[in-house]
Design a protein around this ligand. Structure first.
Ligand SMILES: [Zn+2]
Length: 86
C-alpha cells in the first residue's frame, strides 16, 4: 500500500493515486485497483515527460516519473512492467 501519495498541486486534494505504466501481470487485480481509484492506468508507453501522479478529483496529472525506480518496481500485486521496455 502506498500511504504517502502527494496532494494535488491544483486542487490540493489528497485523493490522488499513482499512475501505473505497462501491462499488468494480474489484470483482474489491476482492474480492481483502477476501479477503486488506487491506481491510474497510464498506458503502455513511458516517455520523458510522463507524469507520475493522478488526481481523482480534478483529473490533473503531474510529477516526474523516476525511471530508475520503475525499473525495480515491485508491486505486491505483481504488475509486469517489463513489457514497457521494447
Ligand atoms: Zn486535483
Amino acid at each position: 500500500m502506498n500511504v504517502s501519495n502527494p496532494t494535488c498541486p491544483k486542487c490540493n486534494s489528497a485523493n490522488t493515486c499513482e499512475i501505473i505504466y505497462g501491462y499488468p501481470a494480474d489484470e483482474e487485480e489491476y482492474l480492481k485497483l483502477v476501479a477503486e481509484k488506487r491506481v491510474y492506468p497510464g498506458g503502455y508507453c513511458i516517455d520523458d515527460d510522463s507524469p507520475a501522479w493522478y488526481c481523482n478529483d480534478c483529473e490533473s496529472k503531474w510529477g516526474e516519473l523516476n525511471l530508475d525506480k520503475i525499473d525495480s518496481f515491485d508491486f505486491d500485486q505483481g504488475f509486469n512492467i517489463e513489457e514497457v521496455y521494447d
